[in-house]
Design a protein around this ligand. Structure first.
Ligand code: ADP
Ligand code: MG
Length: 275
């Protein structure tokens, strides 16, 4: 396998114990280093299960999952995989381990065995990146849902991992918080981090390189955000909604008011209309 392949999944099935139906049904997927991949799909389509497979928290019940060339089935690879692939869970309460914000953020780098000055530097940087600096010495139980979500992201970023998997990290954030997080991810992406970003807000995927649509435990579509939006209302068959800006972009494009090259983003449309 070439070194620049981060995830390589071959015919991956996963069935939860006691469940009649598999949650993942034959996933074939390859993610290259430095890609920013969005994972979208309706509730129950298997996004969170796949995220856990990518972090070796779940092991395929059939098929193979190689993470940075390490087979997740081999127990001696688990620590190395988890130290390279940071994970932000859908529910931040599942991730908070310490009673004070800075201790919680330091947990990951401490486990990596970094020296105290490096840990302090990473904690300071990740709290700043997630807008939590003023909460550094606050109790974690007193944080709001959105602040807990930022803390979960801060803890993952503090490990400065080469790969990060985020499972609906903006569900509890306000619009500014969502924008801030996407800006941070955009910066990390430019620095070469590989990002797998699960979102139920389809407008958030516009900054990604690639979108994977999950449906009933399988990959139904794989391509660029722009190509996905060329389907228009066709994406509703996967339980996805067309964002308002994309609807406007389609109408203007079909009416010949903007050219086919314009990107389906607010900036793209505004710039095309008022150059
Ligand atoms: P998504 O994140 O896209 O909403 P999930 O991966 O959470 O989807 O769920 C995929 C399928 O697996 C669903 O049918 C869900 O009910 C089932 N499932 C998820 N977690 C569990 C679990 N812990 N035990 C049994 N079934 C589960
Ligand atoms: Mg989920």
């Amino acid at each position: 396998m070439p070194e620049d392949v981060v995830f390589s999944l071959r015919d991956v099935y996963f069935k939860y114990p006691g469940s009649d139906e598999a949650a993942l049904k034959g996933i074939d997927l390859e993610v290259q280093a430095g890609e920013w991949v969005a994972l979208v799909g309706s509730n129950g389509s298997g996004k969170s299960t796949l995220a856990r497979i990518l972090n070796a928290l779940l092991i395929p019940t059939q098929g193979a999952c190689f993470i940075l060339d390490m087979d997740s089935k081999e127990s001696e690879n688990i620590w190395a995989i988890r130290s390279k692939v940071a994970m932000v869970f859908q529910n931040p309460d599942n991730q908070i381990v310490a009673s004070v914000v800075e201790d919680d953020t330091a947990f990951g780098p401490e486990n990596l065995g970094l020296c105290p000055s490096d840990i302090c530097e990473k904690v300071t940087w990740s709290l700043d990146a997630t807008g939590l600096t003023e909460y550094r010495n606050k109790a974690t139980y007193a944080l709001s849902g959105g602040q807990k979500q930022r803390l979960a992201v801060a803890g993952a970023l503090a490990m400065t991992p080469p790969v990060i998997v985020l499972d609906e990290p903006t569900a509890m954030l306000d619009p500014q918080g969502r924008k801030d997080l996407l800006n941070v991810l955009s910066e990390l992406h430019m620095q070469g981090m590989t990002i797998v970003y699960i979102s139920h807000r389809i407008e958030e995927i516009l900054s990604c390189d690639r979108v994977i649509v999950m449906n009933e435990g399988n990959v139904s579509w794989d391509g660029t955000p722009r190509d996905l939006f060329e389907f228009g209302k066709g994406i509703e068959k996967w339980g996805l909604e067309v964002p308002p800006i994309v609807r406007l972009w389609s109408m203007l494009k079909n009416a010949g008011i903007i050219s086919k090259e314009v990107q389906p983003t607010k900036d793209g449309v505004v710039h095309a209309l008022c150059p």
